[in-house]
Design a protein around this ligand. Structure first.
Ligand code: CA
Length: 220
């Protein structure tokens, strides 16, 4: 899942990107409002972390434009400490959550996970399909209660499929959401990756829909 970080202060943006990447997502940084606004129109993100104080357009204006255009991506706004009016305005124009600066990385990640769960229509922090359980807090995967060692990329694949279960996901969509832009994508990389995850899980949870992609079925 790709998370867009819209923040012009490089240190904060880099810290966020590191923490988000370590938590099993793909992070992308954009320092300018106008560019962020266009990006969200052109690409799919699972969530956006939006700083309100940006050099060109302010975050509130961008958020308002996204919502007017029907962009429903969950947004967490970053506000200055004590700026309660910003938070109220932000939530009024469609922010899903807010964090006052300075914040602790653990809190950002907890709120991000909660937001992603809610947008996937679930309240619990772990996802279970058949014998496989994926814990979004610890990035652990278990099959029949036994831990399975997945690489970060393998975890991102399973996490994405579990969050979108019940829907066939194409290789292009997976590749878009698992790799950062500078990563060179090979056409058979996803197929090989799915194969590795299937072998490690030794459980039949990822199905191939010929011509459509991969699907994790919702439990009855
Ligand atoms: Ca700023």
């Amino acid at each position: 899942m790709r998370i867009l970080i819209v923040e012009d202060e490089q240190l904060i943006a880099m810290d966020l990107a590191h923490a988000i990447t370590a938590a099993g997502y793909v992070a992308e940084i954009e320092g300018r409002g106008e560019a962020a606004w266009h990006k969200v129109g052109a690409e799919h993100y699972a969530a956006i972390i939006l700083d309100l104080g940006l050099p060109d357009i302010d975050g509130l204006t961008i958020l308002k434009r996204w919502r007017q255009q029907g962009v429903t991506t969950p947004v967490i706004i970053l506000t200055a400490r004590g700026a309660w009016a910003d938070r109220v305005d932000g939530i009024d124009v469609g922010a899903d959550d807010y964090l006052p600066k300075p914040f602790r990385m653990e809190e950002v990640l907890a709120r991000l996970r909660a937001l992603l769960r809610r947008s996937a229509g679930r309240a619990e922090p772990s996802l279970t399909v058949g014998p496989v359980t994926l814990d979004t807090r610890t990035c652990e995967v278990k099959v029949d209660q036994r831990p399975v060692n997945l690489t970060p990329l393998e975890f991102r694949l399973l996490n994405y499929l579990f969050h979108h279960r019940g829907r066939a996901i194409s290789q292009a969509e997976l590749s878009e959401n698992l790799y950062s832009h500078d990563h060179e994508r090979e056409s058979n990389a996803i197929e090989a990756l799915v194969g590795r995850v299937r072998r490690k899980l030794r459980a039949d949870v990822i199905e191939t829909r010929r011509g459509f992609g991969y699907v994790v079925k919702t439990p009855p």
